[in-house]
Design a protein around this ligand. Sequence first.
Ligand code: ATP
Ligand code: MG
Ligand code: MG
Length: 548
Amino acid sequence: MQPVPSHFIKNIINEDLKNGKNDSRVHTRFPPEPNGYLHIGHAKSICLNFGLASEYNGLCNLRFDDTNPIKEDVEYVESIQEDVRWLGFDWEDRLFYASDYFQQMYDYAEGLIEAGKAYVCDLSAEEIRRTRGTLTEPGTGSPFRNRSAEENLDLFRRMKAGEFEEGSRVLRAKIDMASPNMNMRDPVLYRISFAAHHRTGTQWCIYPMYDYAHPLSDAYESITHSICTLEFEDHRPLYDWTLNALDYKPHPQQIEFARLNLTRTVMSKRLLRALVETGAVDGWDDPRMPTISGLRRRGYTPEAIRDFCDRIGVAKSNSVVDIALLEYCIREDLKLKVPRVMGVLNPLKVIITNYPEAGVEELRAENNPENPEMGHRPLQFSREIYIEREDFMEDPPKKFFRLAPGREVRLKYAYIIKCEAVIRDEATGEIVELHCTYDPNTRSGEDKSGKKVKGTLHWVSAEHGIPAEVRLYDHLYLDESETEGAEPVLNPDSRIKLAAMVEPCLQKTVTGEHFQFLRHGYFSADPDSREGHIVFNRIVSLRDTWAK
Ligand code: ATP
Ligand code: MG
Ligand code: MG
């Protein structure tokens, strides 16, 4: 694995190792909530956490942060494991669930109550908010703040036993109603919920809040460095308070880094879920989605995503990364690895009138001119071929070097042809066919004609080519980036389906196989492909818009 470039978190770890902190161990975790599919932002966190563990000979846990039964589901638990593995990371036997610690967390809460550090509060959520004060005013606090430990213990046990309605009572930490940090003004630790949990079923009807469950889960797993995103920075005092309240050892260190934001897409499970539920996309793995499963289906490779995560680096201030960098990374990864073949996306038939009626020739095509080791493939040429409709213009401007009446072009790996006639549909006037002649002395590699032509076109033999569906994608959003609060405008042309003709060598394409289609970009076979109907997703075009 490539080493993660240096950054402030590594500086912290280096310092800790120098001081012998945590017995010089490095133990991280990736803690997704199973309430949606992972996205490329999560990939940043996965690469960081697993990457640090591997670089420092440490460990990294996969932990499901499953403390909110309403939104969670096994479907997500499974997809998350598949995605982490696909990205190339292995948690080995360190798969954990916060829900496995419900009893331990509950016992810890009783300990807090006994120590006078937590109390049962009967205020409604709205009343809690109202008595919390403001940034300039301290909160008045709860009238239940001074309940005795015995009464609190009794009420908390009865909350657990299911005696009270949802929303009627919570367990709160007793900290400081005048704290300048709102998170410290007696935050809620436990709430009542009768929703069935995907793992513990109806065993529990009280659930710990994130800010309480997270530090404890980290501590139970002996995590040394608990890395999270910036918005948790002012939750850190509560993280520390939770562990210090009963002097829990070990005490992991929370470190915050900037989350990944990308232009022209959204990066939150909530918004991604809305796209799925409103039918704006076909599902979580729609190739337009910035989810790991969407990127995989689109044709992105784990190598490209990991490379991207290395390049964006790890910083302490938020920024928006240009999606062109991600596109650059997949081009770089596939450039020397995949065959370059010909696919005609918008076919126009060409008849080579002076070519023998039943003639077929086998030509030799280079699989990847930048990587000669990939060798050659046979390529059939015949009297009827398809070229790209855009490669012909009846009345071309001066700089158009492709085909036009009376003009000559080279067919890649084949001959120079000349356009002699344009055939139209009588009713619609649409061009349906071109009649051309070829020059037998111009076969690629053995051309002695001395002819010079400016344009080289890709083509597919009509008789040998394979019909295929090609799906072209554009960004999901028209706006540059997600603006807080504003409803982003969906791009109505984010997917275009075309009936294409591709080279015969693609006959046996399997799902997930990658190709470069000359002049069109990189493609990958979609799982919608069936016998006799291959579907190709365009991953990216060849045009690189990334400013290096
Ligand atoms: P979302 O807001 O998309 O639901 P989340 O942070 O609530 O994301 P979690 O499942 O809690 O999702 O995330 C698991 C881990 O991934 C957390 O440690 C979180 O900090 C990290 N993470 C989530 N989104 C990003 C992002 N955009 N960039 C970097 N890390 C992220
Ligand atoms: Mg979260
Ligand atoms: Mg979230």
